[in-house]
Design a protein around this ligand. Structure first.
Ligand SMILES: CC(C)=CCC/C(C)=C/CC/C(C)=C/CC/C(C)=C/COP(=O)(O)OP(=O)(O)O
Ligand SMILES: O=P(O)(O)OC[C@@H](O)CO
Ligand SMILES: [Mg+2]
Length: 247
């Protein structure tokens, strides 16, 4: 049974915040997966996302197989390309880059993925992906050859997110870019969230528990963190899941 989206929706309705640890197949060494996933398992993380803007063919399939050996958390593909699709995962963010005007990332890659998805067991989740300017060019901007939405044009950001909802997207993902200096501002998160009826994902540049909390307080339903763990795994110590009392 495909319960991924249902669970995200229910968490949103109950105001239970979700956290995805993003693993980039290009950066994670296979012999480190076990140790890394054990840290994820005792953290507040509720999901594992796997993806990157540029990933070698087959690397995702091999990595997801390995991750699955060590966790029961749902593994969701966050693909930069069709080659990153593998049935070993549980779900797929079926991204469309709504902030850009490059047909390749609006519809072409989605069409190209259909032959891989026709028989899939993956839960496919239509996701409106929106890049917001953060002061420097990010990998996604470079790879997609698109411009992010200006961070001070809040109305454009809100309307893009809302258009995504009207188009039938089940999630909206506000992206500041991997390793962004400035995460998405509280103001942008709050104003977008106010107008949406679907869950809101926020990611890019979140490196501290305070920034995580502030994204949640502003209205993010699910936060994605990748670079902070790549840079320093001691960050897991700050986000340990509280032990449940057994008495
Ligand atoms: C639906 C299918 C099959 C593909 C979607 C194709 C689209 C629209 C992709 C959106 C644009 C894109 C390239 C997304 C990549 C998302 C991602 C995992 C970004 C993380 O970037 P990193 O690879 O961590 O960047 P660095 O290399 O700078 O760390
Ligand atoms: O790597 P970081 O900066 O945490 O960003 C996570 C994700 O939103 C990038 O696509
Ligand atoms: Mg990265």
């Amino acid at each position: 049974m495909k319960t991924l989206y249902k669970n995200i929706l229910q968490a949103m309705l109950k105001d239970q915040k979700l956290l995805a640890v993003l693993i980039d197949p290009d950066k994670m060494k296979l012999d480190h997966v076990e140790l890394f996933i054990k840290k994820v398992n005792i953290s507040l993380a509720t999901h594992i996302f796997v993806g990157g803007s540029t990933v070698e063919a087959n690397a995702t399939d091999i990595l997801v197989t390995k991750i699955k050996q060590f966790t029961t958390l749902p593994v969701v593909l966050f693909p930069g390309d069709v080659t990153q699709i593998t049935n070993k995962a549980d779900g797929l963010l079926f991204l469309s880059l709504l902030s850009g005007r490059n047909p390749e990332y609006l519809i072409d890659k989605q069409i190209a993925s259909v032959s891989k998805l026709r028989e899939t067991t993956l839960e496919i989740i239509p996701t409106g992906y929106i890049l917001i300017e953060n002061g420097k060019q990010t990998a996604v901007q470079r790879v997609t050859a698109t411009k992010p939405l200006p961070r001070n044009d809040i109305q454009q950001i809100i309307d893009t997110a809302k258009a995504g909802e009207y188009m039938g997207k089940q999630l909206i993902y506000l992206e500041a870019g991997s390793g962004a200096i400035q995460p998405i501002s509280e103001d942008i998160i709050a104003k977008v969230k106010q107008e949406l009826n679907i869950p809101l994902i926020v990611g890019g540049g979140i490196k501290t528990k305070k920034q995580l909390q502030s994204a949640y307080n502003s209205g993010a339903d699910l936060v994605v963190i990748g670079t902070a763990f790549e840079d320093d795994e001691s960050f897991f110590n700050d986000i340990k899941r509280p032990a449940i009392a057994t008495t």
